[in-house]
Design a protein around this ligand. Structure first.
Ligand SMILES: Nc1nc2c(c(=O)[nH]1)N[C@H]1C(S)=C(S)[C@@H](COP(=O)(O)OP(=O)(O)OC[C@H]3O[C@@H](n4cnc5c(=O)[nH]c(N)nc54)[C@H](O)[C@@H]3O)O[C@H]1N2
Ligand SMILES: Nc1nc2c(c(=O)[nH]1)N[C@H]1C(S)=C(S)[C@@H](COP(=O)(O)OP(=O)(O)OC[C@H]3O[C@@H](n4cnc5c(=O)[nH]c(N)nc54)[C@H](O)[C@@H]3O)O[C@H]1N2
Ligand code: SF4
Ligand SMILES: [Mo]
Length: 672
């Protein structure tokens, strides 16, 4: 007898700009396949490979399906099973005693975007506010990029990605699109079929750059310099959109005077792109008005993050790319929907304004906060793998008097350090609302299957915990549907009449902010500003500056290599790490450097600096220039490789937005 199949629409919850519409095939109560939803206008039936096999993760032996209490040493990963009742009892007693003895600020929640669904991602906030815990500044990903954008562009949304298909010149700047934003690629491909050229600006030849017409292997962190060089030539050749500059922008004079002081040869040397190539690109920019720039976050994971974004938007504005005309545009993030965040997080529940810690400085926080953190509460995140200066975090997690709670789906490196480990559902097991930062659609989807084992969604877990703690304020009494409806009602970008009662599950709703042909800056709408009102320590207009670690003479003398740590095609940050058992990942190294260090292909090499060390398998390739190392992927720490790539990265912050500088570490290779 054939087993009946059912199909449920859902949405990929991962922190990926594409937020795909998915169809789960269910057989006998189990998900047996995941496919792209052909009716989703951006997904168009296609999904990435890593997600295609998500259901294997759902049922893998690495999955956490019951509450557990630590029975071995911290980090050993030994646990004994307990009931949810016992887990709640233990947890609520511990919370009460920490709050009583040390105050609420001795608790630090650590959360990020393991699940992008609004209900579950923010589910812990009301409780942590009520408890008056320390607060986490969620800076790990794109705050620097957003701050850079906002300083010149204000709140304008990015151009719809669909516009790129009418472009004649596309620049992908600091994004490995074929890996991190796969669904933008078909628009690029269609444009190229019609004759468009693709330029990729990236320090190494990633797979996107390898498919481009031109690859500009800019020195990492020097994008502002390259943009200034292009602007200088475009001024000289009178190729800028002077009408747009005059009517729709302010402050160009200041930038123009600065450009006049710059020397093209010096700029070229500094950014690592020869003058002929810079001129050729300037000529291409002058030859067509149909230019689309897709800005990635890659250029913002260094100490000049905001400056680089400011520079690229300045170049775009000087070319008039914000005028909404066909085939033109600039896309960093789409910002298509905005709802009332307080209805998810409930800051009004907090008894007072509590201290804040920047999540990329978790190491310092756990080691140095005064008074100290006594309880770390992790959900939706794997801090031991993803935060910089990882050896500090590891030492802190091993301390006996830190009580660590981890709500997780699988046995991550952080989970192994938990004192109390609680099972979390996946997106297939819970309902949620999803938007996207790479397209303009919103969807609400229901659970495709019931929870596996005793797993609980973030929402259910935090509501139940609040109840055990005796909290009765209205947010703690809400059902998920109630919270969802209240939030939906505040969303700017949804068409009128779409609300909690009328929304169709699984249907993608297009934002009212989507428009293929509207200017975002125009007379009467708003002006682009080439100058920014910022902290006085930051330059008012874009200029040439030094990198904090890359240009530090002391570091340079001790650690000759620059290290980048961008995404890997098979991982989503550290999610799916369980698929690469004991694999430390690769490091790309130029053949000249490999020869100088007598390194052979596939040999495990040790990279080190003052913060720590990490091992990777050498992949000898001219995809990166001499002096540059590239380690794709946050592979899990394991018994064989206890240090991860973030043992090498620093807690330095970006110039704006307090972000992490994951692509600005200096390292050396250990002699054999
Ligand atoms: N497969 C996969 N997809 C992902 C992720 C993943 O881990 N794996 N992560 C997701 C998340 S959370 C995010 S935030 C996005 C991030 O995706 P992106 O926006 O693509 O940003 P990054 O991945 O940081 O870096 C992208 C590229 O920037 C380059 N880069 C580094 N430094 C510089 C520089 O100074 N200048 C320039 N021009 N380029 C530089 C890197 O070499 C890399 O090729 O991707 C998401 N998608
Ligand atoms: N070296 C280096 N480090 C980086 C980066 C880099 O480029 N280089 N990128 C940075 C960036 S951009 C980001 S966004 C961060 C990401 O850092 P994190 O947000 O920590 O992302 P992930 O590593 O994907 O880990 C998410 C975890 O959440 C769990 N999870 C998923 N859904 C749920 C759920 O519903 N409930 C609960 N309780 N848990 C869930 C997953 O199983 C997974 O272990 O990493 C940063 N770290
Ligand atoms: S990770 Fe990105 S590309 Fe892959 S299914 Fe999810 S949203 Fe789509
Ligand atoms: Mo991210």
């Amino acid at each position: 007898m054939s087993v009946q199949k059912t199909y449920r629409k859902t949405v990929c919850p991962l922190d990926c700009p594409d937020s795909c519409g998915l169809i789960a095939t269910i057989e006998d109560g189990k998900v047996v396949a995941l496919n792209g939803d052909p009716d989703h206008p951006y997904t168009k039936g296609v999904i990435c490979r890593k997600m295609k096999y998500y259901h294997e993760r759902l049922y893998s032996d690495k999955r956490i399906i019951t509450p557990m209490k630590r029975s071995g040493k911290k980090g050993e990963g030994k646990f004994e099973r307990i009931s949810w009742d016992d887990a709640y009892q233990l947890l609520s007693e511990r919370i009460k005693s920490v709050v009583e003895d040390h105050g609420g600020e001795a608790i630090l929640p650590f959360v990020y975007a393991g699940n992008m669904g609004y209900m579950n991602r923010f589910a812990g906030y009301p409780l942590f506010n009520k408890l008056g815990t320390s607060r986490l500044e969620e800076t790990i990903c794109s705050t620097a990029a957003k701050a850079g954008w906002k300083s010149h562009c204000g709140d304008v949304p990015g151009t719809p990605p669909e516009n790129a298909e009418d472009a004649e010149l596309i620049i992908i700047w600091g994004s490995n699109t074929k890996v991190t934003n796969l669904h933008f690629w078909p628009y690029v491909a269609r444009a190229r079929k019609k004759g468009a050229k693709l330029i990729v600006i990236d320090p190494y030849r990633n797979i996107t750059a390898a498919s481009a017409d031109y690859h500009l292997n800019v020195e990492p962190g020097e994008d502002a310099v390259l943009a200034l060089a292009l602007l200088k030539i475009l001024v000289q050749t009178e190729s800028l959109d002077r009408e747009f500059i005059a009517n729709v922008t302010t402050g160009f004079d200041e930038l123009e005077s600065y450009l006049a002081t710059l020397d093209l040869t010096e700029l070229s040397t500094r950014c690592g792109i020869n003058e002929e190539m810079i001129s050729e690109v300037a000529t291409m920019l002058a030859a067509t008005s149909k230019i689309f720039i897709r800005i990635g976050i890659g250029m913002t994971r260094n100490s000049r993050a905001g400056l680089n974004i400011r520079a690229v938007t300045s170049l775009a504005a000087a070319l008039g790319l914000f005028d909404g005309r066909e085939g033109r545009g600039v896309l960093l993030t789409t910002s298509a929907f905005k709802g009332e965040q307080d209805l998810l997080t409930w800051p009004s529940l907090a008894p007072k304004t509590t201290r804040k810690f920047n999540m990329v400085q978790l190491g310092n926080c756990l080691r140095q906060a005064t008074p100290p953190i006594k309880m770390l509460f992790v959900y939706n995140a794997n801090p031991l793998s993803v935060t910089p200066d990882g050896s500090l975090v590891r030492q802190a997690l091993a301390e006996e008097d830190l009580f660590t709670v981890v709500h997780e789906q699988v046995m991550t490196p952080t989970a192994r350090y938990a004192d109390l480990l609680l099972p979390a559902t996946t997106f297939l097991e819970n309902k949620d609302l999803y938007t996207a930062y790479g397209h303009f659609y919103l969807s609400v989807v229901e659970a495709a299957i019931p929870p596996c084992g005793e797993a609980k969604s973030n929402f259910d877990f935090f509501q139940e915990l609040a109840e055990k703690l005796g909290f009765t304020e209205s947010p703690f009494l809400q059902s998920l549907d109630e919270r969802l409806s209240s939030y939906l009602a505040t969303i700017d970008g949804l068409a009128r009449g779409v609300n909690g009662d009328t929304i169709e599950y699984g249907r993608p709703y297009l934002s009212t902010k989507w428009s293929k042909g509207e200017p975002v800056f125009a007379e009467g709408i708003g002006l682009y500003s080439f100058t920014a009102k910022l902290d006085p320590a930051l330059p008012k207009t874009v200029c040439v500056t030094n990198g904090k670690e890359f240009d530090n003479a002391d570091y340079t003398s001790r650690y000759p290599f620059k290290l980048l740590t961008p995404p890997h095609i098979g991982l989503l940050n550290s999610t799916f790490g369980e698929r690469y058992n004991n694999d430390p990942g690769e490091v790309f190294i130029h053949p000249d450097d490999a020869a100088a260090c007598s390194i052979e292909e596939n040999e495990v090499v040790t990279l080190y600096n003052n913060r720590g060390w990490a091992r990777r398998r050498a992949r000898i390739t001219d995809a990166c220039r001499p002096g540059l190392l590239v380690a794709e992927g946050i592979f899990w720490q394991s018994e064989a490789h206890p240090a991860g790539i973030n043992d090498l990265t620093s807690q330095n912050l970006t110039d704006m937005g307090g972000g992490g500088t994951y692509h600005e570490s200096r390292v050396a290779i250990l002699d054999k």
